[in-house]
Design a protein around this ligand. Structure first.
Ligand SMILES: [Zn+2]
Length: 150
């Protein structure tokens, strides 16, 4: 069965919109099996929980719980994964990452590709809009940690 990457991204994008509605950083993610079963979903919770380590990908990963291995999973995220989340993908040998966009921020997805991770970059206009509006409206929040590492 061929997966529909846009359909998987829609789940991550819902999380990003939810995060925005909570006043947070609008980045969402979801972990699926390669067969499209949803294992966990989540969004960036830096503002909501006062925790800069709760990125969308790590939140979705933690919500998925323990698995014997991750070789049959796909990480889906609305934004190119930062170094921290790219490290998570390699640490747990997640073989594929589907990305909404990398126009507003480019993290480690090219590095992941060099190390054998299959990258699907969808260049989704709704994901671009979410981030562009957020950066325009809350530059202080965006540059609170991303700005120092980019
Ligand atoms: Zn991250």
């Amino acid at each position: 069965m061929e997966l529909d990457p846009a359909g998987l991204l829609a789940v991550a994008r819902e999380e990003a919109v939810l995060g925005k509605s909570e006043g947070g950083v609008p980045i969402g993610a979801a972990l699926f099996t390669v067969d499209g079963e949803l294992l966990g979903r989540g969004h960036n919770r830096r503002v909501q929980d006062g925790d800069p380590s709760l990125h969308a990908e790590t939140t979705a990963f933690r919500n998925a719980g323990r698995r014997p291995h991750y070789r049959d999973t796909i990480m889906v995220t609305t934004l190119s994964p930062c170094w921290y989340c790219s490290g998570l993908v390699r640490q747990f040998t997640i073989p594929r990452v589907i990305i909404g966009e990398s126009r507003t921020f480019t993290g480690g997805h090219e590095w992941l590709a060099e190390h054998g991770v299959t990258i699907t970059l969808l260049d989704d206009p709704d994901c671009v809009t979410l981030m562009t509006e957020f950066i325009d409206e809350h530059p202080d929040l965006w540059f609170e940690d991303i700005g120092t590492s980019a």
